[in-house]
Ligand binder design. Structure first.
Ligand code: NAD
Ligand code: UDP
Length: 311
């Protein structure tokens, strides 16, 4: 198949491109390099089944080839990045999503939108299942991301209902693994890099807020399964094992054998207190569930960052 991936230089996009190319598909990767890294696609650049197009999805796009799937991953994803690029984040998920939906209509391609657990905001229902409508502050600092993703979901459903476009929406919960940028700013990359450098581990707030961490390979497996079914409503993809941020800090210290200390910094505004997916829908519709636990995933991620920092 010919598969378009937007955000191909990012963490998830580059891992997905490598997997699809290993399965002999052709990947046309789009990226404007806002938060992505050339390093992530270095190994693909000489591959005849990989085409890189430097393109900002905020601008309309047309391609000569037939396209079977469009997987829209472009968007700043970590809180410090989307707070640095608020307008770009809003536009990439609104105008960018529309441009790629138009391309999907023209090419009669299957379309996948990467939404997020952030659409649940600071959830009043725990764990979060897809029929929970969320608790989001529409004008809070994080709204540039979570409201943009909510709009993106609405747009995708409108194209599905009005044009019968074959669409999918996945709500991705915190995902980590090789391919993350050391300066990304998300908790796992921060803690692992700090531990490896012997710098203090920065816990925000009292560290009692929780998150559920999914290893990248599990997410990729889930996305591929979603593409194979005709199911249009959102599907949570995440690992339901839930940890406090402080537990995560201690686990990273233990696995890296680091002598770093833990320091406490202010909690960012509107930082959700807890987050855990209900994955019953993914289990039922896709026969999918995560396989890699936190300890195993962290070991692989620590090895990746060790190698990167020694480069
Ligand atoms: P990332 O920042 O590593 O990658 C995003 C990529 O998109 C970057 O390469 C960036 O340069 C590119 N990009 C941004 N705006 C663009 C534009 N206008 N045109 C073209 N390219 C653009 O992030 P990631 O972790 O790989 O996330 C990928 C997608 O998954 C995002 O849409 C994100 O919202 C979603 N998601 C990720 C997570 C996670 O835990 N990683 C969780 C929920 C949702
Ligand atoms: N966090 C932290 N220290 C860091 C980075 C993040 O304590 O150096 C916390 C953050 O406040 C949040 C959790 O870790 O409670 C997860 O943050 P992340 O940015 O990875 O993703 P989020 O789930 O908030 O989008």
């Amino acid at each position: 198949m010919n598969i378009v991936i937007s955000g191909v230089c990012g963490f998830i996009g580059s891992n997905l491109a490598k997997r699809l190319i290993a399965e002999n598909h052709t990947v046309i990767g789009l990226d404007n390099m806002l938060t992505g890294s050339e390093r992530n696609i270095e190994s693909l650049m000489t591959n005849p089944n990989f085409v890189f197009v430097k393109h900002d999805v905020i601008k309309p796009i047309d391609l000569d080839d037939d396209i079977d799937w469009i997987i829209h991953l472009a968007s700043p994803a970590s809180p410090p990045k989307y707070l640095t690029y608020p307008i770009e984040t809003l536009r990439t998920n609104s105008e960018g999503t529309r441009n790629l939906l138009e391309l999907a209509l023209k090419k009669n391609a299957r379309f996948l939108y990467s939404s997020t657990s952030e659409v649940y905001g600071n959830p009043q229902v725990h764990p979060q299942s897809e029929d929970y409508w969320g608790n989001v502050n529409p004008i809070g600092p994080r709204s540039v991301y979570d409201e943009a993703k909510r709009y993106g979901e609405a747009l995708v459903m409108a194209y599905n209902r009005k044009f019968n476009l074959s669409t999918r929406i996945v709500r991705i919960f915190n995902t980590y693994g090789p391919g993350m940028d050391p300066d990304d700013g998300r908790v796992i990359s921060n803690f692992v890099v700090q531990a490896l450098k012997g710098e203090p581990i920065t816990v925000y707030g009292n560290g009692m807020q929780t998150r559920s961490f999914q290893y990248i390979d599990d997410l990729i497996e889930g996305i591929l399964k979603v593409m194979e079914v005709e199911f249009y409503e959102p599907i949570n993809l995440g690992n339901p094992e839930e940890y406090t941020v402080l537990e995560l800090a201690n686990k990273v210290l233990q696995l890296t054998k680091s002598k770093s200390t833990i320091i406490f910094k202010p909690l960012p505004e509107n930082d959700p207190e807890r987050r855990k997916p209900n994955i019953d829908r993914a289990k039922k519709i896709l026969g999918w569930e995560p396989r890699v636990d936190l300890e195993e995933g962290l070991k692989r991620t620590i090895n990746y960052f060790k190698e990167l920092l020694n480069r």
